[in-house]
Write a protein that binds this ligand. Structure first.
Ligand SMILES: [Zn+2]
Length: 730
């Protein structure tokens, strides 16, 4: 029995450093079965020498490997297949044996060892992970009409009559991405914002239904598997009971608890929570020639074969009727499942179709979420309150003193839309009303609860609740507005919005602070925030504001200068510009000035930006007051730059295409999407500005016009060649 080369070398080095010869004995000892008190290993350990490292016998290594395999198998039998073969006590004994082996021989501790599931000591924070392929969000459909529109968009895009779909339940959990190299889990990351997530590998390893090593041999050498982590319902209830017994408040909903559990800095804490995971797709893979199945359903089977837990509730559907049937089944069966679901996901089964369909914005065209109807509860409506928005519109909302439990959260406010809507539904303060909430949307009051007498006498106040001026009833728009140009609320709301979570995220600058700053005439518009430092003394002298809170506020404002451009754009309150649109604009124009100089055509050239958004952006920047805000922001150093997808980077930027006639290889929409993806713009009419007219079979009048105007014409072959050249180059 010989020690490994490394073991001997280590032992020899140990001797050279003055450790006794006893160290060398262990290379032929087999002490993992019997480790007597006087064994050299124990003697050495007690010396606590920092350089001490035990050489490991082959038998020990073999036993460790055997234990790893056995334990992994039992974990899978229990957590994935629900077919345990041994008792918990037997399992624990095996685990303890492996733990003690690894404790003595740290080199035996592999990243796929089942002991890693127990958790590691706390980390100081999570590393950021940039996803190789972004984790996208899904579009939603809410009923048969939406669904058939989604289906039609696909058949039109691909110019096909039918396609197969796969329906899966939509788990209300937390999306994750797991990277495997040579079958070993090397990284687990949260979705984060879809582009950047957090490295939670140590925590992922504690989730026993996730394989640390893949089964079988037909997996690609590198791949990323995606799925959803969730807190099983019964485990959640038991977990809460224990919390309450320990005098801790119970958690409100399993989804948030799953998220909190997965983001524990101490993975030993995560290990105590019985999280589980369903895997549902392959994000990306690298393989030499080894191709994965060409259908989504085939890939789900592969995931199962490799040891992943794949949700058994998965249906193939070839027609919309079959999808509707599956949706109805999922809805009626949801309460019997051991986990929360909030709808069904429908995917195009053919991966080739998926690739051709691609994405629009951050949503794949080839999948959608078919949501369930929202949860409804009843509650006493204490008061109908009125808020005044950024545009001066008076908006009524419901207020619930005690709070209402709905859709997994407690809410105190719910939307009431507008005055007419309240009257039409017969809602009044003091009634018991129906409140509903679906997903992350704001809860709504649907109407009076059964048994309540509807009342149709609600009216909005005649005076602005903020400035006291008479309001204007705009019958056409069904909106009541405060039109007082000096009504402070609009500016205040904009400041509040600018500082909000989705925008510049300035801590300490909420509604109250926005009102104070505005009323004290310290801040008239959002750009004034960045000169607030000059008023530090005045702020400190003001009522209710201490030195610490003032300095925190100023530090928060200063820090916000480094927020990305997309957030700054969201914060400016440009109509229709926020979230994804703001990111699209920031990515294309790179700076405030860049966007300011953009024309309507520049804007609509972006895939995902329509004429409505373009008009709103151009309109906003054309106002002198807004131009001053932009200048003030830049002068104050608020001028974030985004790495631009430089127009020059895209080969067809500046080129205008018109597509006409029928092509063999692409549908018209697909061809248009290709052109846009290379930076070109697509227009519907041929003019002197048109760069190319792409002509398929039976082209019609656009072709004649192109000939007349001497616009270059590309037939299908020429278009494909041009496309190939550019796509090959990028
Ligand atoms: Zn007002």
């Amino acid at each position: 029995m010989a020690a490994s080369g490394a073991g001997i070398a280590e032992a020899v080095r140990g001797r050279a450093r003055g450790l006794p010869d006893a160290l060398l004995y262990c290379r032929s000892s087999d002490y993992h079965h019997v480790t007597p008190r006087n064994h050299p290993a124990n003697t050495l350990k007690s010396w606590g020498h920092p350089n001490y490292r035990m050489a490991t016998s082959r038998q020990t290594r073999d036993r460790a490997a055997e234990l790893r395999t056995e334990l992994s198998r039992h974990i899978r039998l229990y957590h994935v297949l629900s077919q345990p073969e041994i008792t918990d006590a037997e399992y624990d004994a095996l685990m303890r044996e492996l733990q003690s082996l690894e404790a003595e021989h740290s080199e035996l501790q592999t990243p796929d060892s089942p002991t890693q599931r127990i958790g590691a000591p706390p980390a100081s924070g999570f590393e950021e992970v940039t996803h190789t392929v972004p984790l996208l969000s899904l579009s939603n459909v809410f009923g048969p009409d939406d669904l058939s529109a989604w289906h039609r968009r696909i058949t039109e895009f691909l110019e096909i009559d039918r396609f197969d779909m796969v329906c899966e339940v939509k788990i209300d959990g937390l999306a994750i991405a797991l990277t495997y190299e040579d079958g070993v889990l090397v990284r687990g990351a949260t979705r984060g914002d879809g582009v950047t997530g957090e490295d939670v590998t140590a925590n992922i390893r504690t989730i026993k239904s996730i394989p640390l090593r893949l089964e079988g041999g037909d997996y690609p050498p590198r791949l990323e598997v995606r799925g959803e982590i969730y807190f099983p319902k019964t485990a959640f209830d038991a977990f809460n009971e224990e919390r309450v017994a320990n005098g801790l408040p119970p958690y409100m909903n399993p989804r948030n608890s799953a998220s909190g559990s997965l983001r524990q800095l101490d993975s030993r804490e995560t290990a105590k929570r019985p999280l589980a995971g369903w895997m549902y797709s392959i994000g990306w893979f690298e393989a030499d020639g080894d191709l994965l199945p060409s259908t989504h359903s085939g890939r789900l089977e592969a995931l199962t074969r490799w040891g992943f837990k794949v949700n058994p509730w998965t249906r193939s559907a070839a027609s919309l009727e079959a999808v509707e049937k599956a949706h109805a089944d999922a809805l009626s069966g949801r309460d019997g499942l051991g986990y929360q679901i909030d709808g069904m996901v429908i995917k195009v089964d053919d991966i080739g179709y998926q690739d051709r369909l691609g994405f629009v914005g951050r949503e794949p065209r080839w999948a959608t979420a078919y949501k369930f109807p929202p949860e409804q509860v009843t509650a006493i409506l204490d008061e109908i309150r009125v808020s005044v928005g950024r545009t001066g519109a008076l908006t009524p909302y419901a207020y619930f003193e005690e709070g209402v439990h709905v859709g997994g959260v407690v809410v105190h406010q719910a939307s009431l839309h507008n005055e007419q809507d309240i009257r039409r539904k017969g809602i009044a303060a003091g009634q018991r009303v129906i409140v509903q909430r679906a997903g992350d949307v704001i809860p709504q009051v649907v109407g009076p609860a059964p048994g309540e007498t509807p009342r149709d006498d609600y009216t909005l106040p005649d005076m602005c609740p903020v400035c006291g001026e008479a309001v204007l009833h705009d019958e056409d728009e069904a909106v009541v507005r405060c039109v007082n140009g000096r009504c402070p609320v609009q500016s205040q709301r904009l400041i509040e919005h600018f500082a909000g979570r989705g925008s510049m995220d300035i801590e300490g600058l909420g509604e109250k602070m926005a009102v104070i700053l505005f009323n004290e005439k310290l801040v008239g518009d959002v750009a004034d925030l960045y000169t607030l430092g000059g008023h530090r003394e005045k702020l400190i002298e003001m009522e209710r504001l201490g030195e610490i809170s003032v300095d925190n506020l100023l530090a928060g404002i200063e820090a916000s200068k480094s927020q990305p451009l997309s957030r700054l754009l969201s914060g400016l309150g440009i109509l229709h510009v926020g979230g994804e649109n703001a990111e699209l604009l920031a990515g294309r124009f790179g700076s405030l000035k860049g966007l300011q100089d953009a024309t309507g055509d520049d804007l609509t050239a972006i895939d995902g930006v329509g004429p409505r958004i373009a008009a709103s952006v151009v309109d906003w920047f054309s106002h002198e007051g807004n131009q001053q805000i932009v200048d003030k922001l830049i002068a104050a150093g608020v001028d974030p730059r985004e790495e631009m997808r430089e127009p020059e980077d895209l080969p067809w930027t500046g080129l205008r295409f018109v597509v006409t006639g029928r092509m063999e290889s692409y549908s018209r929409r697909e061809a248009q999407a290709k052109i846009k993806s290379l930076g070109g713009t697509v227009s519907s009419t041929v003019s002197g500005k048109t760069s190319f007219v792409v002509v398929g079979a039976e082209p019609g009048s656009k072709y004649d016009k192109a000939v007349r105007l001497e616009v270059p014409i590309l037939d299908e072959a020429a278009f494909l060649q041009k496309l190939d050249k550019e796509e090959g180059a990028s």
